[in-house]
Design a protein. Structure first.
Length: 432
């Protein structure tokens, strides 16, 4: 991993940096050389031109083995780290990762720490661009920004604020304005860079209440389908913004992203982790009809990259999930099977128990995300999420998705215990 030479302006030197290249850049002839190489010659060289079968003489670029550079946002996050890994594995691209940090070296350290946590191999093809989506030009100088724009052939936009308790106004800057900033880069200086936008099936969380029992990849997104949840509303608006932008955008909608199939490594604070904390703390799980769409983080990353390399994906949406919904009742069974004492109770009683335990963060946070819980636990029949059809997506990616059996959930829970998110399984009482 090394630095691209594109660096974010420090706050103190912003004005100066606007007027001149950094010392590193002016001394490094490589940048000027690089600027020349972004010309048509380099782009032609980067694309392996092959005839379209059955169309003599017609040419189209193949995406295979294209030695290009792509920009990835959100690489320090849960999915983004695995996306970086898949881009290394499935492509020959150099991946420029936009990473926040107090300084350039701080951004590199944050990226490296995150990569090491998930076992991402060190590679010269992973480079850090120190920047923040919310700063003008990501905090780069105008020249650096323009060079970045001419350098990349695709943008994988994965960064977001994934806070299920926050309201719309808190999340809009990152999720909407951040997406707008990515789209602006994609169309800067006359370019039309393809954008791969990671969205969420949450944009349909309220669809059943709006009269839609089932959705598929062709279902149009509407603001009311996102319900009253800040996160899903901002993601829905980001999709609408991208759809209207004059550049090719592909939409990838995961359901809930579960842990890594082999290691169980998962997010510490997503809905599933919060729910597990709450049920284990209360020693009680709600009887409910709720279910959700899921995929492991490794499958999700594999699907994004595999689809992004296919032709004809622009302006389409893909549903990155297992064929079947996961019932929360099944998850609670896995928890019981591991040895956690968990009685069943009605949803209304379970909510009362949460209020009784509100002094504990586990119960408090579950109540804070109750608007989401209403849908996922299906507190009322019309709150239940719509049936999600992902067959068109699975038909396009010939990938076998991992089985989510008891062993998989045991690995995920074990990971959460190791992280101190969940208590260990209580030892069985010794016989008297
Ligand atoms: N997790 C799920 O179950 C799930 C389900 C469906 C869809 N998704 C979507 O998948 C994507 C990734 O989710 P995740 O769970 O991996 O999220 P995450 O772990 O919270 O990671 C979010 C990433 O976004 C970056 N980011 C946030 N604000 C930024 C800014 N202003 N400038 C630059 N980077 C910024 C974060 O950087 P820092 O490290 O600097 O904070 C981090 O790398 C999101 O688009 C989300 O909507 C997630």
């Amino acid at each position: 991993m090394c630095v691209t030479g594109i660096r974010r302006r420090s706050t103190s030197s912003r004005t100066g940096a606007r007027l001149r290249h950094s010392t590193r850049e002016t001394r490094d002839g490589g940048h000027r050389h690089w600027a020349r190489r972004t010309s048509a010659t380099r782009i032609r060289a980067a694309f392996a031109i092959s005839p379209i079968p059955g169309q003599r003489g017609a040419l189209r670029p193949t995406l295979r083995d294209m030695p290009d550079e792509v920009l990835l946002t959100g690489a320090t996050g849960f999915l983004g780290g695995y996306l970086a890994g898949e881009l290394l594995r499935q492509t020959s691209s150099t991946v420029l990762c936009l990473v926040r940090g107090r300084s350039r070296s701080g951004a590199e350290q944050r990226f490296r720490a995150g990569s090491d946590r998930i076992g991402l191999p060190r590679s010269d093809r992973l480079k850090v661009v120190h920047g923040n989506l919310l700063d003008p030009h990501f905090g780069l100088s105008p020249d650096e920004y323009t060079r970045l724009c001419h350098r990349i052939t695709a943008i994988y936009h994965c960064a977001a604020s994934v806070n299920l308790a926050a309201d719309f106004t808190e999340l809009a800057p990152t999720n909407i304005d951040g997406t707008r900033a990515v789209l602006a880069l994609a169309t800067h200086d006359g370019r039309r860079i393809p954008v791969h936008l990671v969205s969420t099936q949450g944009v349909f969380i309220n669809a059943r209440a709006e009269g839609l029992d089932a959705i598929d990849e062709a279902t149009a997104v509407r603001p009311d389908y996102a319900g009253g949840i800040g996160y899903t509303r901002t993601k829905s608006e980001a999709e609408a913004l991208a759809r209207a932008w004059n550049t090719p955008v592909t939409f990838y909608r995961p359901g809930i992203i579960l842990g890594h199939s082999a290691t169980g490594r998962c997010a510490d604070n997503d809905f599933v982790a919060r729910l597990l904390r709450a049920v284990i703390r209360l020693g009680a799980a709600p009887e409910c009809d709720g279910d959700t769409t899921v995929s492991t983080v490794d499958d999700t990353a594999r699907m994004v990259v595999a689809l992004s390399r296919q032709p004809d994906t622009a302006n389409r949406a893909f549903h990155l999930t297992q064929a079947d919904h996961l019932a929360f009742g099944e998850v609670f069974e896995h928890v019981r099977a591991l040895g956690y004492p968990l009685r069943s109770c009605g949803l209304a009683e379970w909510r009362r128990l949460l209020f009784d335990e509100m002094h504990s963060p586990d119960a408090f946070v579950m109540l804070a995300v109750w608007k989401v819980a209403e849908h996922l636990l299906a507190t009322k029949p019309h709150h239940r999420i719509p049936r999600v059809d992902s067959s068109a997506t699975r038909g396009r990616v010939a990938l076998e998705l991992r089985t989510l059996d008891r062993g998989f959930f045991a690995r995920m829970i074990d990971h959460l215990v190791t992280r101190g998110v969940l208590p260990p399984v209580p030892a069985p009482a010794s016989p008297r």
